[in-house]
Each structure stands twice: as C-alpha cells, then as structure tokens.
Design a binder for this molecule. Structure first.
Ligand SMILES: O=C(O)CCC(=O)C(=O)O
Ligand SMILES: [Mn+2]
Length: 202
C-alpha cells in the first residue's frame, strides 16, 4: 500500500501577465517521490514515437505514455495517443493533487526524459480537446530540469523554474493561450526524470 502525503501546501505564485502559475516545491516528501519514481519507471509501458512538426518527421526526444479515465484519444504533433486505463498509483497521485486543486482532471500524459539530451520543445498545451483555458497539473520526479516559459508577444516576459523532485506545478488561466513552454536539452549530466501532466479532456 502506497501512502502519500503532502509536505507543503503553500504554493509560490509568481505574478505574471495573462497566466496563473502555482509551484509547490515539496509537494511529496523525497521518500514518497522516490517510491513514485521507481514504480512509474518500472511499470509504465513507455513508448517512443515519431512526431511530425512543420512537415518534418523525427523521433520524439523522450518516452511517453498516456493514461485516462475514458478511452478518448489525444492527438498532438501528429501523434494520436490512446490512453491506458488509470492505475492505482496514478489515481493516488491525482487524489493528492485534489487536496490543493479541485479541477476534474481525467487524463495524464507521462514523459520520461532519459538524460540531458531528452527534451520537450517550445509549445503550449492548447489542443482543442483541452477546451478554452486548459488547466494543467504537472508533477516532477527524479532529476530536476528547468521549465522555461515565455510570453508569445511580451518579449521581455521570459522565465525559468527549476522543477524539483517531488514538486507540483499548476498552470492555469490564459497561460496556454499567451505563453509557450519547454524543457530544453542540456549539456550538463542529467539522470532520468519523469513528468506527469494531468489534463482535462472535454
Ligand atoms: O516535462 C515537463 O515538465 C513539461 C511537459 C510538457 O510540457 C508536456 O508534456 O506538455
Ligand atoms: Mn506542455
């Protein structure tokens, strides 16, 4: 039985134009986060897909898996992903998120960044299946990586947050309309990192 408990319920809320962002650095204890990382690393049917961006096809620089409460497919960058049924571990993570954020998330995309060469290019989570003003709850486990985000038109608005082991980041408001985000490649030695983004497909 995996028991989870939050250690810090006061988020850091940067004051940004056209976005709502909440960061809980130690949402899980290091020990709980370690357990979650091991379970997800071993039990996830990681897939490695080709993606097509601006007409060019290449292998995605990370592994992914999609889980959902329904069988509704989710399409991004030319990949149509079919969800696996939610697992007990994912349900428990979602229950813990619900202690601070009551949004009815029903889908979760897992990313495995195997090392510093794995990345996630500039994008917004603005697929039509997410509806207007999508809210995203993003859990980070394992190696810490910088989350970069920049405003689409206010060019001085560029930031980065180090997403740490056991942290929770919530993106809301108009963020997916006005901002793009990325996890950049890095030449620094980096171990594996798992990210989970809970979303609500409408
Ligand atoms: O790995 C992360 O922290 C972000 C992942 C992400 O932006 C996505 O999967 O859409
Ligand atoms: Mn994203």
């Amino acid at each position: 039985m995996l028991e989870l408990f939050a250690t810090e319920n006061t988020p850091w809320k940067p004051d940004l134009p056209d976005a709502e962002l909440l960061y809980y650095p130690n949402f899980w204890t290091p020990a709980n986060a370690e357990t979650l990382f091991s379970i997800l690393e071993e039990q996830t049917p990681w897939q490695h897909d080709p993606i097509t961006v601006f007409g060019k096809t290449y292998m995605q620089p990370r592994l992914t898996a999609l889980y959902g409460k329904s069988t509704q497919a989710y399409t991004y960058s030319g990949i149509e992903m079919h969800p696996h049924p939610m697992t007990t571990t994912l349900h428990k993570i979602l229950e813990q998120i619900k202690t601070v954020d009551a949004h009815p998330y029903n889908t979760v995309l897992l990313n495995m960044y195997r090392d510093g060469k794995d990345s996630n290019g500039w994008h917004a989570d603005n697929e039509k299946e997410l509806g207007p003003h999508p809210r995203i709850a993003s859990v980070s486990l394992g190696e810490s990586r910088y989350f970069h985000f920049k405003h689409r038109t206010k060019k001085t608005q560029r930031y980065k947050i180090l997403l740490e082991h056991g942290s929770l980041l919530i993106m809301g408001g108009a963020m997916q309309e006005y901002w793009v985000h990325q996890i950049a490649k890095t030449a620094r030695p980096k171990k594996a990192r798992i990210n989970l983004t809970f979303r609500k497909l409408i």
